[in-house]
Design a protein around this ligand. Sequence first.
Ligand SMILES: Cc1cc2nc3c(=O)[nH]c(=O)nc-3n(C[C@H](O)[C@H](O)[C@H](O)COP(=O)(O)OP(=O)(O)OC[C@H]3O[C@@H](n4cnc5c(N)ncnc54)[C@H](O)[C@@H]3O)c2cc1C
Length: 437
Amino acid sequence: METRYDVIVVGGRVAGATLAARLADYGMRVLLVERAALPSLPAVSSPIIYASTMAMLDEIGADEAAYAANTPKITHMHTVNSLLSGKIRIPLYAGRDYAYAIDRARFDKALWDTACQRPNVRGLMETAVTDLLQDETGRVIGVTLKHKDGTTTQAYARGVVGADGRFSVVARKMNAATYDENSEHPTANYYAYWRGVAPFAQGEGATAAAYEGDGTLGYLVMDSADGQTVVCVEGRSAVLDPPAGGVEAFYLDMLRRSPQVWARLEGAQRVTSVRGMRNIGNNYRDAGGAGWALVGDAYHQKDPLDGQGIYDAVYTGKVLALALKRWHAGELTWEEAVRVYDEVVRVRTYPMYKTLQDRVFGSFYSGMNTRSVPSWASEAVRTVGTWALADEDVNALMGKMLTRQLPPDMVTALAAPTLLRAVARGGLNALRQRLMG
Ligand SMILES: Cc1cc2nc3c(=O)[nH]c(=O)nc-3n(C[C@H](O)[C@H](O)[C@H](O)COP(=O)(O)OP(=O)(O)OC[C@H]3O[C@@H](n4cnc5c(N)ncnc54)[C@H](O)[C@@H]3O)c2cc1C
């Protein structure tokens, strides 16, 4: 086996495979190492992807027919709470007006294949990186590989990238510092896939629906591949705290607390075990250093509430690849390329990260939900809320934030005038209808 590469990428799912494909397209020889056998599910993920992610996958030639095989297109997202139900249309972006709740095993394998089709990418599955090799100055120059048969070998490169997820070995070995940590409002997420779940409404196609809980938790029900539906419950870690060995019963108990979710599960069968995670990390890490770098969750991990982890994993891979292209051409040192990457990614991801923290607080910790609206105000809230959710401009604004077409700070700035206009329009329409009899 060849043992010298331009870059070794540790971790071969979303961030790693897409990064490897791009580096290869820029002329680099890449070793892509993945501990697991693919296709297989990643540690934890209940994934929705939007058109903005798919547009980046187009750039590396990933085949939508493969990664989204037999997966229904989701064109609307529903919100359901005690006051009103409404839907947000997924806005058109680069030719797509839909999202997918993809099967991660299929998706990750399709991305792996996309990368490994390149002659200058060598993919090694069922192989773990157990250590990093450093020269006398501390610069990373390679990795120790543990193969499926238990043997170990070494491989060398001019740079090593950790695309190895939340519990990154590369970050740990290099003592990567953590920044902008948010651990004040810890959340947990548990989910399983089901078959035979009732549709959101009669005649409604595939949907993603968010159901209000008791103010400490909420539910997400998304139609996924092969007729399966993923049913998630997310909320405060202190509330979603299953007893040892009792996660399955605990999960069902939580689902029973939502009459709407439970009604959709009548007659349905759970087809996977319950997966989940407590105290989900929210932070950035050092982007890299002498001969090493981090991408995807290894670099920036966050709560899954707004479903942006896969986008960020693909995006960080894209930006790092662009910076390393200049390193490979001799225009930047490795350290300079990593700095450029870090700055660009921060500018793009930080506003969304900040908004996410506010949403986590608002959804699970603020004590506010629509059930806490006093009854005398509920009719007014319902009326105004219905006008707002039915309004084209409000719909477009919310949809554009989800698909990353507008940064959340811009959405915040536009929200008040857009909502005011929506309410004025709604009021006028209601008046017109009343006058017309
Ligand atoms: C509960 C939950 C729900 C989520 N839902 C969504 C969602 O709806 N939409 C969304 O966009 N995102 C979602 N996410 C986030 C999303 O799953 C992650 O952001 C995404 O998987 C990150 O991709 P990655 O490639 O960086 O890391 P991972 O997908 O974690 O892949 C890392 C890979 O590295 C490999 N690896 C680790 N160590 C080694 C080693 N030493 N040697 C070799 N290989 C190694 C692992 O085997 C793994 O395959 C969710 C996350 C959670 C926790």
